[in-house]
Design a protein around this ligand. Structure first.
Ligand code: 5GP
Ligand code: ZN
Length: 137
């Protein structure tokens, strides 16, 4: 995609700090890291988000995820690490070429201010939700 920022990073027309590359994926440092070691892993095949991603592209991308996570862990010894993928502006996506964030955690209070508000669902309600999703697989 000629007007896509991350496609331009892959083809080298926009500079990036490369961490890893193979035939299918490219990993580089986030330009505005949330924490030291914040890395983005992207498919070379342009797809906007997870909804558009072919299974083969997903397989090739996630196959590399443990390697990236373990390299960050070995380099900086974080106490934890979040992988995050935002799909759609409402979910916080700002670059519309799929990317998986690797955000190492050094302190529970530092870096990622993730607010995770849980809701109360009965077993019947959970079963209803599961049925609705299963019907669309
Ligand atoms: P999103 O909000 O879409 O999940 O994440 C987009 C990420 O891309 C942000 O964390 C942002 O800092 C990063 N980003 C935006 N532009 C560039 C760029 O030109 N180079 C790099 N390396 N990262 C970028
Ligand atoms: Zn792209």
């Amino acid at each position: 995609m000629s007007d896509c920022l991350f496609c331009k990073i892959i083809d080298g027309s926009i500079p990036s700090t490369k961490i890893y590359e193979d035939d299918h994926v490219y990993a580089f440092t986030d330009i505005s890291p949330v924490a030291k070691g914040h890395t983005l892993l992207i498919p070379k095949h342009h797809c906007q988000d997870l909804f558009e991603m072919p299974e083969e592209v997903a397989r090739n991308l996630y196959a590399v995820a443990p390697k990236i996570a373990n390299a960050i862990k070995a380099a900086f010894q974080p106490i934890g690490l979040n992988t995050i993928n935002n799909n759609g502006a409402a979910a916080g996506q700002t670059v519309f070429h799929y990317h998986l964030h690797f955000i190492p955690r050094y302190d529970e209070k530092e870096g990622l201010g993730l607010i995770w508000q849980t809701q109360k669902y009965s077993a019947e309600q959970l079963a209803e939700v599961a049925e609705s999703i299963k019907a669309n697989l």
